[in-house]
Design a binder for this molecule. Structure first.
Ligand code: CUA
Length: 332
């Protein structure tokens, strides 16, 4: 391939990455934490751009002016030029001060304690899903973290097994989830929305499938959500498929791993008390609809390698799975 075509192809490939949308971009901040990082990044970017411009200009000028020409003597080298030596020592030092001061300031600002009225959420990483506990509200959910708009929140992050890392890029920086240790992050979301995140520390076969969603609700929306979560699951109407599904749930291995408030106490897998109200299943991997739920129940490891939810033995019949799906969908 001719060199110019290779160049064009490279540029085209690079530009094709600029189209978006970017659901997990730190460059679209939606919290005070996100904005602090964004401002720091922008400041340092312009300092770096200035340094690049000066250095490259000097380089190009030097290359052109002092290039070898037939019959011309070698340029005279400069030794021990005091003014130049002071200048190139001082200039980088001054630039580094302008980079270091805002950096240190941002580190302290984003690592500080949350205000006393912050909503506290305990975040627990599991292979490969996220558990969210709201100790003040007495509420537990999984994979979809609901937060109120404009109110400070403090996430206390830990792990039940190996090291994970909680990362919702538009809202804040990463925090490692380490077993036996609690790391905190505090921020205040400034826009209602549904933001995606991702485990950011390699944690085994389905690390890439350990996603999460953060739903920032209006204050009243968050209140409504919390009220629904606290209410416990509605009992399925007699004679419905969902009622049969509840019976299937109660006689199969499901209840050994999953909590459904008032029905089963399992704590190995995600709490399913209001699973029907979530938008995704399998830690943000699939939309929460009947088809995906049925495939997930039938054979989770084929959809999420290494999943602790194995194929049930003996396998559930298609009728049992359809009934389970109806029951889980009714848990809103
Ligand atoms: Cu959890 Cu990677």
């Amino acid at each position: 391939m001719p060199r110019y075509r290779l160049c064009l192809l490279t540029v085209a490939l690079a530009v094709s990455g600029c189209g978006g949308p970017f659901p997990q971009s730190t460059l679209e901040p939606r919290s005070d934490f996100g904005w602090a990082i964004d401002h720091l990044f922008t400041d340092i970017f312009w300092w770096a751009a200035g340094v690049f411009l000066v250095v490259e200009t000097l380089l190009v000028v030097t290359l052109i002016r002092f290039r070898h020409r037939e019959g011309r003597p070698a340029p005279r080298p400069t030794h021990g030029h005091t003014v130049m030596e002071i200048a190139w020592t001082l200039a980088p030092a001054v630039i580094l001060v302008f980079v270091a001061v805002p950096t240190v300031r941002t580190i302290f600002a984003t690592a500080g304690e949350a205000p006393a009225d912050a909503l506290k959420v305990d975040v627990i990483g599991h292979q490969w899903w996220w558990e969210f506990q709201y100790p003040e509200l007495g509420l537990v959910t999984a994979n979809e973290l609901h937060l109120p708009l404009g109110r400070p929140v403090q996430l206390s992050i830990t792990s039940a097994d190996v090291i994970h890392s909680f990362w919702a890029p538009t809202l804040g920086g990463k925090r490692d989830a380490i077993p036996g240790r609690v790391n905190r992050i505090a921020f205040r979301a400034d826009s209602v929305g549904d933001y995606s995140g991702q485990c950011a520390e390699f944690c085994g076969a389905s690390h890439a499938n350990m996603r999460l969603r953060v739903v920032v609700d209006s204050d009243s929306g968050f209140g409504r959500w919390a009220t629904v979560q606290l209410a416990g699951p509605a009992a399925p109407a007699p004679g419905t498929l969902a009622e049969r599904g509840k019976a299937v749930f109660a006689r199969s291995a499901c209840l050994g791993c999953h909590t459904i408030q008032g029905v089963s106490p399992g704590i190995i897998g995600p709490n399913l008390t209001h699973v029907g109200g979530r938008t995704t299943i399998a830690s943000g991997l699939f939309p929460n609809d009947s088809a995906h739920l049925a495939s997930w129940i039938a054979d989770a490891p084929s959809l999420k390698p290494g999943s602790l939810m194995t194929r049930m033995q003996p396998p559930l019949t298609d009728a049992d799975i359809a009934a389970l799906v109806a029951y889980l969908a009714s848990l809103r």
